[in-house]
Design a protein around this ligand. Sequence first.
Ligand code: CDP
Length: 237
Amino acid sequence: MVDFEFKEEKQSEAIVITIDGPAGSGKTTTAKELAKILDYRHLDSGALYRTLTFSLLSANVPTSRWDQLEETDLEGLKLQFIPEGDCIEMYYNQRKLSSELRSPEVTDNVSHVSSLGVVRNWLLGTQQMLGVHGGLVADGRDMGAAVFPEAEVKIFLTAELEIRARRRLLENIGEEISKEQFKEEMIRIEERDLADRSRKYSPLIRAEDSILVDTTTLSFKDQLIAVRNIVKDLTGV
Ligand code: CDP
């Protein structure tokens, strides 16, 4: 993780910045660090979909029922998304969630949950409300194209599949990666990307007015600097 020695002065004209892209492109880490630099709040929208997935699994709602879910079922899960400091915390049954949201079980099921129209509708207003006063860096799959179409800066991050799989494994299990694990992770990421790109509601697409940043050959630090510079060049923020 980059340790920036300085935090820039809080800006008066707080804007919304969206960072979208496929799994492992570095959206969430970049968005989180960028929000820190600007003294903005970070919205990790993937965590909302993961929270819903975790809750459905915890409440033992069978996956065969997910396609029939209605808004009242989602409300019945008693989830809370609460802005706290520079991020949004997720609660299920009054319990704050963190590492459980990235369990393999949640990861393997989240694309199913996020493909449901009822889920996307239900989460849309919540996400938009969080950006009402600006000062937000939101990352996900449809932040620029659907949730914040008026965002002042839209970034689309991408990187080659092999690189994204390697980064994800480094994050989850460290340097010792077997060929088997590498192959499995590539397949897992590819399947999730395909599901996210081909779903009916709010698929992963690059917003027309977004700026593409290919991070294949960039270190995390360089990636963050590139994104930070785009924001500065476009808006002066
Ligand atoms: O971090 P990673 O790229 O693995 O995924 P994430 O950002 O935590 O998102 C998990 C899943 O949530 C994605 O694979 C999508 O299916 C879904 N998602 C979505 O549909 N729309 C968003 N705005 C964010 C995430």
